[in-house]
Design a protein around this ligand. Sequence first.
Ligand SMILES: O=C(O)C[C@H]1NC(=O)NC1=O
Length: 235
Amino acid sequence: MKINIVNPNTTASMTAKIGECARQVAAPGTEIWACNPTTGPVSIEGHYDEAMCVPGLLAEIRRAEAAGADAHIIACFGDPGLEAAREIASGPVFGIAEAAMHAASFVGKHFSIVTTLGRTCGIAAHLAERYGMQRFCRNIRACEIAVLDLDNPASDAYAAIMQECRLALEQDDVDCIVLGCAGMADLCQAISKELGVPVIDGVSAAVTFAEGLVRLGLQTSKRGEWNYPLAKQYL
Ligand SMILES: O=C(O)C[C@H]1NC(=O)NC1=O
């Protein structure tokens, strides 16, 4: 099968990292396509960035659809453009936030999300509400590391993320952690091993869910709200 993973920001190095993390968990018969738009924000850290990334994101979904993708993953924790992508895609489409929250709900009674900047916590909280995950999600914490600084050794991102994870386990009455950024995917296993609790990365969760639904032969229903868009001009 072919799974198309779109990093909605335009930072190619982050796309490469996301693709590598996806390939580490993908089954032998799964081909991972990792891509990003050529226009749009270099990182997504708020509502404006979320809006500005969607046209390029949807263009990548359309391109992969034409190339025969069996499923799509939107690799940004704000799940931007998720329902619009579901309208234009035939296969299932996953946002990493929705996938991560559901995965966490299978392995723990409650979770906290540890994300990048505090200004994005409201976006994650809105998603938890929209996905019916409020009863599982106890808190949303920010390590205050900018998305593109996650790969900057000078930012000491791992220590900042670990500090918030430890506070979550000490103060939030949770038994697992959700990482709130696709750029944290490569840190997931090390953090989980050091903390001794399940830590969920949405990229890996989404790849696993996508493989499962494609194997079941499930595609996005075109009977209702996620039917293909009406034919019209877009000026
Ligand atoms: O919303 C965030 O803070 C993280 C989000 N931004 C981004 O460019 N990729 C992400 O996963």
